[in-house]
Structures are given as structure tokens and as C-alpha cells.
Design a protein around this ligand. Structure first.
Ligand code: HEC
Ligand code: HEC
Ligand code: HEC
Ligand code: HEC
Length: 131
């Protein structure tokens, strides 16, 4: 009786320890597309909420362009395997992200190799300014 109680406590505490950081890093992992991209580039045509029987994208997606959807929903998206770190600075005056994070500027963290082809305008979809 006492033994099972202690084991139960242990499991409970272990869960707490695991659950906390996951929550602090916010957000759910985007579901991976269950179809190819080719021939389906107009994502919002089907996932915009007007097409019966097809999952509508969440309300928070408002303003995201079709050509940015696969940045998160492709199976090889950087967000499928890691959580994007927050920026340690504001965006204002720093819109040219790759000028500093493109790998050419000494002493600044370069965007990882799996970021190849991502435009400056799309960086903030995943990286939010530090609060
Ligand atoms: C011709 C219609 C059509 C187009 C265009 C389309 N999809 Fe889909 N998509 C579907 C259908 C149908 C499914 C499977 C059932 C569902 O999710 O409603 C699906 C599934 C998905 C899922 C899985 C949803 C889940 O919760 O499992 C994601 C994510 C997704 N699509 C993203 C995209 C993205 C990103 C694009 C653009 C590159 C796109 N889709 C273009 C019809 C479409
Ligand atoms: C910055 C990353 C990101 C981008 C860019 C993005 N999504 Fe998502 N998407 C998510 C996340 C995270 C979820 C899961 C949210 C949730 O379930 O609350 C999601 C969920 C979805 C779903 C599933 C909704 C459901 O009910 O299960 C669809 C469909 C979808 N997105 C379509 C799109 C389309 C279309 C675009 C482009 C217009 C897009 N997404 C762009 C992160 C993204
Ligand atoms: C003028 C140079 C400059 C510009 C432009 C700039 N950054 Fe930064 N960024 C820095 C510096 C310096 C740091 C802190 C040290 C470091 O990470 O190299 C930093 C930190 C970061 C971090 C934290 C990295 C980590 O691992 O903790 C992210 C993420 C980031 N920036 C993303 C962006 C994005 C996205 C943009 C564009 C909206 C941007 N930065 C524009 C200089 C810049
Ligand atoms: C689809 C989401 C997504 C987009 C868009 C995105 N990133 Fe990232 N980024 C990530 C993830 C996830 C990581 C963490 C990678 C890891 O830890 O393996 C990351 C890491 C970084 C880092 C930290 C590298 C380090 O060594 O710590 C920098 C800097 C960065 N990104 C800059 C950028 C810039 C600049 C852009 C736009 C050109 C951008 N990111 C667009 C998801 C994204």
C-alpha cells in the first residue's frame, strides 16, 4: 500500500518535471501534410474553411501566405524536430535577418542548414521576439 503510494508519487513528480518545459515552450507541433505539395500549392483554397469536409486551418493562421504553409507542414520542416528559439532582440530595425544570421557575420549564430531557401519575411512565423 505504502510502496505503491510512493511509486505513484514518483511517477506524478516525473510527469510534472517533463510537462513544465514543454508548456513553457508553447504551442503544438504542426500536423504533417497527408498529401504531396505538387498540384496543391493553393493550400487556402481547400483549407480556408469554405470547402466542406476538409479541415480548416486554425483562426491564428490568418495572414499566412500559401507559399509559407509548407515551412511548417512539410515533413522535413525544422519545427518537426525542434522548437524555434525566441529572438533575443526586437524585430524593428532588424528585418534583414539573414544579413546577421546568414553565416557571414562573425560571432553571430548562423541559421541552421535546414533553413536554406527561407526568406527574411518568413522568419518571424517561427521566431518571436523575446518577451
Ligand atoms: C485540393 C484540396 C487541397 C489542397 C489544395 C491542399 N490540401 Fe491539405 N488536405 C486536403 C485533404 C482532403 C486532406 C485530408 C483530410 C483533411 O485534413 O481534411 C488534407 C490534409 C492536410 C493536412 C493534415 C491535417 C491534419 O490535421 O491531419 C495538412 C497539415 C494539410 N493538408 C496542409 C496543406 C498545405 C500546407 C497545403 C498547401 C501546400 C495543402 N494542404 C493543400 C486537401 C487539400
Ligand atoms: C509557423 C508554423 C505554421 C505555418 C506557417 C502554418 N501552419 Fe498550419 N498549423 C500550425 C500548427 C502549430 C498547427 C496545429 C495547431 C493546433 O492544432 O492548435 C497547425 C494546424 C493546421 C491545420 C490542421 C487544423 C486541424 O483542425 O487539425 C491545417 C489544415 C493547417 N494548419 C493548414 C495551414 C495552411 C493552409 C497554412 C498556410 C496558409 C499553414 N497551415 C501555415 C503551424 C503552422
Ligand atoms: C543587426 C544584426 C541582427 C539582425 C538584423 C537580426 N539579428 Fe537576431 N540576433 C542578433 C544577435 C547579436 C543575437 C544574439 C547573439 C546571437 O544569437 O548571435 C541575435 C539573436 C537571435 C536569436 C536567438 C538565437 C538563439 O539561439 O538564442 C534568434 C532566433 C534571432 N536572433 C532571429 C532573428 C530574426 C528572425 C531576425 C529577423 C527578424 C533577426 N534575428 C535579425 C543579431 C541580429
Ligand atoms: C518553420 C519554422 C522556422 C522558420 C520559418 C525559421 N526558423 Fe530559425 N529555427 C527554427 C527551429 C526549429 C530552430 C531550432 C533548430 C535546432 O535547435 O535544431 C531554429 C533555429 C534558428 C537559429 C539559432 C541557431 C543556433 O545555432 O542556435 C537562428 C539564428 C535562426 N533559426 C534564424 C532564422 C532566420 C534568420 C530565419 C529566416 C530566414 C528563420 N530562422 C526561419 C525554425 C524556423
Amino acid at each position: 500500500m505504502r510502496w505503491t503510494y510512493l511509486v505513484g508519487m514518483g511517477v506524478g513528480l516525473a510527469c510534472l518535471a517533463v510537462a513544465q518545459p514543454a508548456q513553457a515552450q508553447d504551442a503544438k507541433k504542426p500536423p504533417v501534410m497527408t498529401h504531396e505539395t505538387a498540384g496543391r500549392e493553393q493550400c487556402a483554397m481547400c483549407h480556408g474553411g469554405a470547402m466542406e469536409g476538409i479541415k480548416a486551418m486554425p483562426a491564428g493562421h490568418k495572414g499566412i501566405a500559401n507559399d509559407a504553409c509548407t515551412l511548417c507542414h512539410a515533413k522535413d520542416s525544422p519545427v518537426q524536430t525542434a522548437t524555434p528559439p525566441a529572438m533575443t532582440h526586437d524585430v524593428a530595425g532588424r528585418e534583414q535577418c539573414l544579413m546577421c544570421h546568414g553565416g557571414a557575420m562573425e560571432g553571430m549564430k548562423a541559421a541552421p542548414a535546414n533553413h536554406k531557401g527561407i526568406d527574411n519575411k518568413n522568419c518571424t512565423l517561427c521566431h518571436k521576439p523575446a518577451k
